[in-house]
Design a protein. Structure first.
Length: 398
């Protein structure tokens, strides 16, 4: 009886150890039999679609031409002959400077010219007569030479008198200050009775041509190079220039469509951007210089593009953009890509994907490259291709 009591704990321990070993063995066998299968993911089929891309860029309006009106002769202003803020035409009289002294100088120069012409006439007749007399030795050769020289001197003096008359005429005309260009004139900086001087620093008024109007926008240097490539391609095909839509502060679209004219040749070192200039018709001066607007340049031609959801793009350890695709063996493949512009919640893919490939869009957090997967539901990534996507705005960070 005592023997059984003494060995009972050892017997219980042996039984427990045997049961534990059996359980471990069964568990290992069950684990091998129930190995995890392919991970379930959702994919879309990569397709290309006809797309006409556009983007919104910050910009500012500026006058097509600007002219500062300054006097070219000095004097007292007698009249101001325009209404401030009105439209003026090229050549229209704006100010009148007292012309009295300039008129007197013109009259004096005119009289001096008449005197020079009379002297030239007398010297010419004398030279002609001496040419005849020298043949008969009525005058000496020296006298004939002197008469010729006197006539030529009179011709030179007459030319100088004509130049002096023209100078006084120009100065007299400058007393009438006219508009160098047509446009809208601002406020007058002087009034009647003011003394003005030739080439003074302060402008009398400023005229701005508002129709058409410039819109200067900024774009990153890289995108500007791509735009230049499209320009070159389009010019070879004889296509029209890139159109530009102007968006106002309230989000409305200006009624007139502009065209992109040129890009600056220098990159701003502080921002890495290049200035682009568009010309927009502005009848009725609906836009004024200095306004902040957003310009939407649209590619001249529709093109085939691949768009994928932004959420399907991930970054590797080096910060490079990549996507996960299903290869022919139903395994995950990490594919580096080059992403382009944003279109709503999608990205344009420049390089890295081809139509027909399976792009993983759901279950990205459960997979890694080389893992087998099964597709839960396959959807077509193609959108309606009956007509190009028109004027899809792509907002850029300012």
């Amino acid at each position: 009886m005592s023997t059984l009591k003494i060995h009972a704990p050892f017997i219980a321990l042996a039984l427990a150890t045997a049961m534990l070993l059996g359980a471990c063995k069964d568990g290992k066998q069950n684990g091998q039999a129930m190995a995890p299968g392919p991970i379930e993911v959702e994919t879309i089929t990569v397709t290309s679609q006809t797309l006409r891309l556009s983007e919104e860029l910050p910009g500012r309006t500026s006058a097509f031409r600007v002219a500062e009106v300054r006097p070219q002769v000095g004097g007292i202003l007698q009249k101001r002959l325009f209404t401030e803020g009105s439209d003026v035409k090229a050549g229209q009289l704006l100010y009148q400077i007292d012309p009295a002294t300039y008129q007197a100088a013109y009259d004096s120069a005119k009289a001096a010219l008449a005197r020079a012409e009379a002297a030239e006439y007398s010297a010419r007749l004398k030279a002609d007569r001496y040419r005849t007399l020298v043949r008969t030795l009525a005058v000496s050769a020296q006298e004939q030479v002197e008469s010729e020289a006197a006539w030529k001197q009179a011709v030179a003096e007459m030319a100088a008198a004509k130049a002096a008359l023209e100078t006084t005429r120009i100065n007299l005309d400058y007393t009438r200050i006219t508009a160098p260009i047509g446009g809208r004139i601002g406020k007058s900086m002087v009034s009647e009775g003011a003394l003005v001087t030739a080439q003074q620093a302060t402008a009398l008024a400023v005229i701005q041509q508002l129709d058409p109007l410039y819109v200067d926008v900024s774009q990153s240097a890289g995108e500007t190079l791509n735009l230049q490539k499209r320009f070159n391609a389009q010019s070879g095909k004889g296509t029209r220039k890139t159109e530009v839509k102007v968006l106002l502060d309230d989000g409305s679209e200006y009624r007139e469509t502009g065209t992109l004219e040129f890009s600056d040749t220098t990159v701003d070192q502080s921002t890495g951007t290049v200035t682009l200039r568009a010309t927009v018709a502005n009848p009725g001066s609906g836009l004024l210089p200095g306004l902040f607007v957003r310009a939407r340049p649209t590619h001249g031609e529709a093109q085939q593009a691949i768009l994928i959801p932004q959420a399907s793009i991930v970054r590797n350890n080096r910060g490079e953009a990549q996507v996960m695709v299903v290869d022919k063996e139903s395994k995950v493949e990490a594919r580096p890509i080059q992403a382009g512009q944003n279109v709503d919640d999608q990205n344009v893919i420049v390089e890295g994907l081809k139509p027909g490939e399976q792009l993983i869009v759901e279950g990205l957090q459960k997979i890694k490259p080389g893992v087998p997967v099964s597709v839960a539901a396959r959807q077509s990534g193609d959108k309606a291709q009956a007509a190009p996507v028109e004027n899809t705005p792509v907002k850029k960070a300012e």
